[in-house]
Design a protein around this ligand. Structure first.
Ligand code: HH2
Length: 287
């Protein structure tokens, strides 16, 4: 397995390489992105990794379990409401003792932030990917930062509130078109863009199911797709369980997402997800 792992000294060039994302995706199997929440209030693991040492240990564990990329967030995106705004200073204070140490572990690090200033700081500290849960539509400076650093960006669909009356796929497509316009105007290379339907964000549970079921329709953009169904609430509506007991539902959703065209899976449970993806792939190629 040839993983793109920037080494000390070449990290800067590696970050600027326009084919960085392509090389990661060219592994020929789904990419596993492990979630690291350095927050007190994330919906499924808030407070567990706020202590820097615990966070770095968790990063190490996820890499050993097969994570290809780590996604570090220091502000809960609160997919289910009740957002507590976190200042730029606080977000960076949480990241400072963790992000550079995780970068040093060698796998590409994605910064999960909607703030341009935090993204710029994280990229300077060695992050290689920007993950924006508002698809470049919240902070108008973010697209400029991404373009300047020539790094991949994850454009995720989001809405202020769910509307059960809309065709969610049409809404996602319209949102992506707006984000892609913003990206193009900022000078972000198309090969550096990943699209994500944003499971659980501004969607009813049924619309989250639909977003996975109709994922193949999003392939029309010709860009890699990321799906993050891990522990999300739609699972609970199908099979009631608290967030830390939604692994079965998360894996089911992720296997179907890959079958529908997802190239990257964002998960809290790396070992189990990587195993499920490997077995599914082996069955898929068995004769
Ligand atoms: N989901 C969450 C956060 N960031 N980014 C992308 N691209 N896609 C997702 O589905 C996604 C995301 C929510 O999960 P988590 O990070 O565990 O929760 P919180 O935002 O409460 O920290």
């Amino acid at each position: 397995m040839t993983l793109v792992r920037p080494v000390a000294g070449s990290a800067r060039d590696e970050k600027k390489s326009p084919d960085r994302l392509a090389r990661l995706l060219a592994l020929g199997r789904p990419i596993v992105m492990g979630v690291l929440n350095v927050t007190p209030d994330s919906f499924s693991d808030g407070g567990r990794f706020l202590d820097p040492k615990t966070a770095i240990d968790q990063a190490r564990r996820m890499i050993a379990e097969g994570a290809d990329v780590l996604d570090i967030g220091a502000e809960s995106t609160r997919p289910y409401g009740g957002a507590v705004a976190v200042s730029i200073a606080e977000e960076m204070r949480r990241l400072a003792p963790v992000l550079p140490a995780v970068v040093a572990l060698g796998v590409p690090v994605s910064i999960d932030t909607m703030k341009a200033e935090v993204a710029a700081w994280a990229l300077a500290a060695g992050a290689a990917i920007v993950n924006d849960v508002w698809g470049l539509q919240r902070d108008s400076e973010l697209a400029r930062v991404v373009a300047q650093h020539a790094v991949p960006v994850i454009i995720m669909h989001n809405r202020e509130a769910a509307d059960p009356s809309i065709d969610i796929i049409a809404d996602i497509c319209a949102f992506f078109s707006r984000s892609l316009d913003i990206a193009a105007r900022a000078g972000i290379a198309r090969q550096n863009i990943v699209l994500d339907p944003g499971i659980g964000f501004g969607k009813t549970p049924e619309q989250s199911l639909t977003a996975i079921a109709r994922l193949p329709e999003l392939k029309s953009f010709g860009l890699p797709l990321l799906v993050g169904a891990s522990r999300k609430r739609f699972i609970d509506t199908v099979s009631p369980a608290p967030p830390d007991q939604r692994l079965g539902g998360s894996i089911a959703a992720h296997l179907l997402a890959v079958a529908g065209g997802a190239a990257i899976i964002r998960t809290h449970d790396v070992a189990e997800t990587a195993q499920a993806l490997r077995v599914a792939a082996a069955i898929g190629s068995a004769r």
